[in-house]
Design a binder for this molecule. Structure first.
Ligand code: ADP
Ligand code: MG
Length: 340
């Protein structure tokens, strides 16, 4: 090979390289940044570089992409400033959009606003009520809203802490004062003990079945009183739960419905990395409810996530290159590189 062609190859490689800076908890690094992902990515010219949170972000890099899942106002501010001063770097995802998911009411608001009814099925949100304070007023609010027991009570703010995942099931209205606001009260929807987790990575979707809570029967309602702390369904059954259930357990929601849903939500939420917990109402064929949306979920549990993620980053780089070329041709300076 002539020195000239070596030089050309190096130049090509340099152009293709993509540096992803990441700010993730050590737990997330362990579950997500596995050797297989790093290996696949490396072969495509993508490298992952840890961000040191004790140093100014602008002094690090240069990055093409910043991948993060950290909470806290200070970090949000750092990222917002960085986005302003480094418009060409893609921050996955914008901190304000992520914050939107931390409140269980605002999280589901855009689903409620969406009109997806009668498109391969109905998709909605269980009827719910927000109680900001004063537990003694709950029975009155419930009566006023006409909500039907039993209820799932969920802490209003989901900041990822163990406490924010402490859910309860309330069987009768006389025990509602025992709950601790701020919370949302959601009607319990029977769904035959199966839940669908829909993982979204940019434009790609992957859905898996998981065990969930069993149906509540009329008999349960007449014989149970009080408020019961949930077993941690989403975590407690985790080991058995990490694998996709047998397909015979439940038919998956139709693909076109999931694709449309993912597309709408990606735009409305302004996020590319999230998942949805969806249940199908027991006894119906196509009545779906979204009960939870999480930012940058445990992709490590999703089979084949390594390839999916590598392809996602490649597609972002490709989009970016096209944009640059277009802007070069039109002689316009480009400001932001990545569009949603
Ligand atoms: N409205 C509901 N009807 C029936 N089951 C529910 C409802 N909401 C939550 N669940 C059950 O509780 C579990 C945890 O609820 P979720 O809203 O996903 O909270 P978390 O933030 O802890 O994941 C779900 O996986 C599902 O099994
Ligand atoms: Mg959940």
């Amino acid at each position: 090979m002539s020195p000239c062609s070596i030089e050309f190859e190096t130049l090509q490689k340099q152009q293709r390289n993509c540096v992803v800076g990441y700010a993730l908890t050590s737990k997330k690094v362990k579950s997500f940044l596995r050797p297989k992902l790093e290996g696949l990515a490396r072969n495509k010219g993508i490298s992952f570089v840890p961000i040191d949170q004790n140093k100014p972000l602008s002094d690090q890099g240069p990055f093409d992409i910043v991948l993060h899942k950290m909470t806290g106002r200070e970090w949000r501010q750092i990222l917002e400033e960085y986005r302003q001063t480094h418009p060409k770097v893609l921050v996955l995802d914008p901190p304000d959009a992520i914050k939107h998911l931390q409140n269980r009411q605002s999280m589901l608001q855009c689903v409620a606003d969406m009109n997806l009814s009668e498109f391969y099925g109905k998709v909605g949100v269980p009827r719910q009520l927000v109680i900001k304070s004063d537990a003694s007023s709950i029975p009155d609010h419930v009566a006023e809203a006409g909500l039907r027991l039993p209820f799932v009570a969920k802490p209003l703010i989901n900041d990822g802490s163990a406490k924010s995942h402490e859910l309860s099931l309330a069987y009768d209205q006389y025990s509602l004062w025992k709950l601790e606001p701020p919370l949302i009260l959601q009607e319990f929807v029977n769904h035959g003990g199966v839940l669908f987790k829909v993982f979204i990575v940019g434009e790609a979707i992957k859905v898996v079945r998981r065990f969930s809570l069993p149906n509540v029967t009329k008999r349960d309602i007449s014989t149970n009183v009080g408020v019961y702390r949930f077993p941690r369904v989403s975590r407690a059954a985790a080991s058995a739960d990490d694998v996709d259930l047998d397909p015979s357990v439940a038919e998956l929601p139709p693909r076109p419905l999931l694709e449309r849903l993912a597309k709408e939500l990606r735009q409305r939420l302004g996020l590319r990395l999230f998942n949805l917990d969806i249940i199908r109402e027991y006894g119906t064929r196509d009545h779906y409810y979204i009960i939870d949306i999480n930012y940058f979920p445990g992709y490590g549990k999703m089979p084949g996530y390594e390839q999916m993620f590598t392809d996602f980053i490649l597609s972002l780089m490709q989009q970016n290159r096209k944009k640059e070329e277009k802007e070069k041709k039109s002689d316009q300076p480009y400001v932001t590189r990545f569009g949603l």
